[in-house]
Design a protein around this ligand. Structure first.
Ligand SMILES: Cc1cc2nc3c(=O)[nH]c(=O)nc-3n(C[C@H](O)[C@H](O)[C@H](O)COP(=O)(O)OP(=O)(O)OC[C@H]3O[C@@H](n4cnc5c(N)ncnc54)[C@H](O)[C@@H]3O)c2cc1C
Length: 495
């Protein structure tokens, strides 16, 4: 027990607030259940979910018959509705998979057949002429391509915050800075989940959505059926001037190991080149490397030579939760009332809603009663994408509140109004990184060189934090556990 505090009891504890854990929390919030979402870091969506390629995959190239293929397909349909309702920035550009060799060209019919088997039926093979009509800036030498109209762009920052916000608004307790350290059981078989300072939470059912650490949580429950190997993917972000170079997501022919290096626009108007695929030992190593970036530049030059003349805004790396298995490691251990959601390697942002729905089904199979709530509160997120008007472009809004006309971050055109909204949102930004992902502030050309001091000042004043603390913290997690204040649906307290 934590310093004399009564133990909190829930129906379900979810470990990990990435795209997957937050989607599961939102899904379970539809039902009359008491749910707690436990996250080791200071905010939601700070694991692999914040450092990926941000493609909303159709699943056209997934291995038919796998759970991944099935859940990607289901998720695509669910997301189509959700992104509209919640205002998630997306762009439905379509993907163009380019065959650069005769051998790759001959694999296109197989990929087409695979797409059809996976239910993605609008895919078609196109000639080299059509490839260049659609993408005139591509390097010479393409043999042909596969057009995948459904492949789209999505904002991986807004998505988990949106899921978590709807979860919290519908009664889920979110505990941040709560790294789960130990899991035991009481005499009735309920899970006792212990975090920092010995604080323990009791839950009848447990969901493990801990991403890179899902194998370690799984072992705490006595299961050794997979090991996560962090597979690093490095990426280069090019300046917005590069955006004019392409009209689609330019995909390579995938291999068994990776989807390969692609060139894609982002919803923020940049161009991404990446990712690499390199297995590491260290689950915390998100540094970029000279060799990784150099190999990307060579691949980029071969696909889109003009790209190499454009300015680079930033580089980053993310770690895929790869395992020795080819499919997601989603397993129900009904006798333990435990669902493991591990090995969500390269497609978890896209598959998140499908996974969440499936996990709810598994929990019901294990005996959880899922009685729908009379009402489910929805939430519309602030728009940080380029496809719809941003606040600085909305005259009426500025007339009502001049803060939406006061630009603080000039590179990304982020206004004071948006920064204040993010600081006072249902899941508030409490760090510079939290503000970056909610508003785009400090993400542009100057990477915060010009606006960071002003933003630190605003954040410090609004939250009562020491500006030196915020600066020192940038990129790290605050040291104290933090539970969002709950409205009227707090967990029952048991002495
Ligand atoms: C380079 C790269 C490119 C990718 N491109 C795409 C793409 O284009 N489209 C796509 O759909 N997917 C893509 N992915 C995959 C996608 O990013 C992941 O599948 C997805 O983010 C996984 O989400 P998650 O919630 O399982 O994991 P995470 O986002 O890592 O979340 C797990 C959470 O669990 C928390 N946690 C861990 N241990 C504990 C503990 N002990 N206690 C409490 N909390 C804990 C972590 O802090 C973390 O926040 C890509 C991945 C990479 C690396």
């Amino acid at each position: 027990m934590h310093q004399g505090k009564p133990m909190q009891t829930y129906d379900i504890a979810i470990i990990g607030a990435g795209a997957v854990g937050t989607a599961i929390a939102r899904e379970l919030a539809r039902y009359q259940t008491r749910v707690v979402l436990l996250e080791a870091k200071a905010d939601v969506g700070m694991g692999t979910t914040k450092a990926n390629t941000a493609i909303w995959h159709t699943g056209f190239d997934a291995t038919p018959g796998t759970l991944e293929a099935r859940l990607l397909r289901r998720s695509y349909a669910l997301l189509e509705e959700y992104v509209e309702q919640a205002g998630i920035p997306t762009e439905r550009l379509g993907g163009l998979l380019v065959a650069w060799t005769e051998e790759q060209f001959h694999t296109l019919p197989r990929l087409l057949e695979r797409a059809h088997t996976n239910g993605v039926t609008d895919v078609r093979i196109i000639s080299a002429e059509e490839v260049y009509r659609l993408e005139p800036q591509l390097n010479q030498g393409a043999w042909g391509g596969l057009l995948v109209p459904g492949e789209s762009l999505i904002c991986p920052f807004t998505l988990p915050i949106a899921y978590a916000t709807e979860a919290v608004l519908n009664g889920v307790t979110l505990k941040l800075n709560f790294p789960v350290q130990q899991i035991g059981q009481d005499e009735e078989g309920a899970h006792l989940v212990t975090g920092p300072g010995g604080e323990t939470i009791k839950a009848r059912y447990l969901v493990n959505a801990a991403g890179l650490y899902s194998d370690e949580i799984n072992r705490m429950l006595g299961h050794h059926d997979f090991t996560v190997t962090p597979r690093r993917g490095e990426l280069i972000v090019f300046d917005k001037f590069a955006r004019r170079l392409i009209n689609h997501v330019i995909l390579p022919v995938p291999t068994a190991r990776t989807k390969g290096v692609l060139i894609s626009p982002t919803v923020y108007g940049n161009i991404l080149l990446g990712p690499t695929a390199e297995d590491l030992d260290d689950k915390t190593n998100t540094a970029t490397s000279e060799t990784g970036l150099q190999s990307l530049l060579e691949k980029g030059r071969a696909i889109l030579p003009q790209l190499l003349h454009e300015e680079v805004t930033a580089t980053y790396a993310g770690l895929r939760a790869a395992t020795e298995h080819k499919d997601y490691q989603i397993r129900l251990h009904a006798e333990q009332r435990y669902v493991c959601v591990g090995g969500i390697r390269s497609t978890g942002v896209s598959a998140s809603l499908g996974i969440a729905e499936y996990v709810a089904e598994l929990l019901a199979e294990a005996g959880l009663t899922l009685q729908p709530k009379a009402e489910f509160k929805t939430y519309r997120m602030p728009n940080i994408g380029e496809a719809r008007p941003r606040p600085y472009q909305q005259g009426k809004r500025i007339a009502q509140n001049p803060n939406y006309g006061r630009i603080v971050c000039h590179c990304e055109k982020v206004t004071l109004g948006e920064i204040l909204d993010a600081i006072h949102s249902p899941i508030p930004a409490r760090t510079l990184d939290g503000l970056r992902r909610r508003t785009r502030a400090m993400q542009g050309r100057c990477q915060g060189f010009n606006c960071r001091a002003t933003i630190v000042d605003i954040l410090a004043k609004e939250t009562g934090q020491d500006p030196r603390f915020l600066l020192a913290l940038d990129g790290q997690d605050p040291p104290m556990p933090f539970t969002l204040p709950q409205p009227d649906h707090a967990a029952e307290e048991h002495a």
